[in-house]
Ligand binder design. Structure first.
Ligand code: LP5
Ligand code: MN
Length: 247
């Protein structure tokens, strides 16, 4: 266990970008272990999107029973578990939430935790320089588009998502690194919109870091979560502050 992560002081944990899928069983195993030994010590677990490699619809619950049951066990043991959609699993709906015992959060959501005002987001909406992605996002986050998509068969949806994944990888290889990071003006506008929270936590960019900003004279910490490609990663918050931890 990582030093500090399991100490008994009241704390909450934040994770994102696990990209769980059957082709990477070691990550699922690590996540199940994380739930049992680390998350179960926390008051709350916040999953900030891209939990799954992709989610084709809640009629695919049967494929993910092990993870769903493990989440419910965590909740039953007393860790309140929240879930915010990412760009890969925004089709997670109420059936999944009910089966796993989790609470869905809007992106963005402002909370007060241990006396700090904390703004949570997946992070993709802040990457406004990625114009092709933002156009795509606008289309697939539309309610009517989603309803029409979900009416297709699960097999057809999965085939389209696989094709989209290929196209996304091809397009990403032609994009400059900096356009796939957050845009500073978009970050400042979001901080302003939520009246200067002390902390913004997001994932998506897979560039774990702490950025200290000053927005209109207000000090703000932007904490970026790490992904789970090579190892687990989580952010811990307690009364004394935040720390990014590798698992
Ligand atoms: O995910 P990541 O980090 O690798 O890349 C993202 C952006 N790509 C995506 C696509 C997802 O990875 C694919 C899986 C989503 C499953 C969703 C299920 C429901 C939708 C199904 C639709 C068929 O989000 C990538 C960003 C990158 O982050 C960094 O921010 O650059 O964006 C792209 O590469 C997108 C392209 O630039 C534009 C793609 C246009 C595709 C148009 C085809 C439309 C298909 C049908 C939809 C109407
Ligand atoms: Mn993402």
């Amino acid at each position: 266990m990582v030093a500090g992560i399991g100490n008994t002081q009241a704390h909450s944990l934040f994770i994102s970008d696990l990209h769980l899928c059957s082709s990477r069983p070691a990550i699922t195993a690590q996540f199940l272990e994380f739930l049992q030994h680390i998350a179960s010590q926390a008051e709350a677990l916040y999953i900030l999107g891209d939990f799954f490699e992709y989610w084709a619809g809640d009629d695919d619950l049967a494929q993910h029973q092990t993870i769903i049951r493990a989440l419910h066990t965590l909740v039953d043991k007393g860790t309140h578990t929240f879930f915010m959609h990412g760009n890969r699993d925004f089709l997670i709906g109420n059936d999944f939430a009910k089966a796993a015992g989790i609470t869905l959060l809007e992106d963005p959501t402002l909370l007060e935790i241990y006396g700090k005002r904390i703004l949570l987001s997946h992070g993709d909406a802040l990457c406004t320089d990625d114009v092709a992605y933002q156009a795509f996002r606008q289309q697939v986050r539309n309610h009517d588009w989603q309803q029409a998509f979900l009416q297709q068969t699960l097999a057809s949806r999965k085939a389209q998502i696989e094709a989209l994944r290929k196209r996304s990888e091809e397009e990403k290889s032609g994009k400059q690194e900096n356009i796939m990071d957050v845009n500073q003006d978009a970050v400042h506008a979001l901080i302003r919109q939520f009246e200067y929270p002390q902390v913004l936590i997001h994932g998506h960019t897979h560039r774990p870091a702490l950025h200290k900003l000053v927005v209109d004279g207000h000090e703000v910490e932007r904490w970026v979560l790490g992904d789970w490609y090579d190892q687990g990663s989580c952010l811990r918050l307690d009364h004394s502050g935040l720390s990014n931890q590798l698992l």
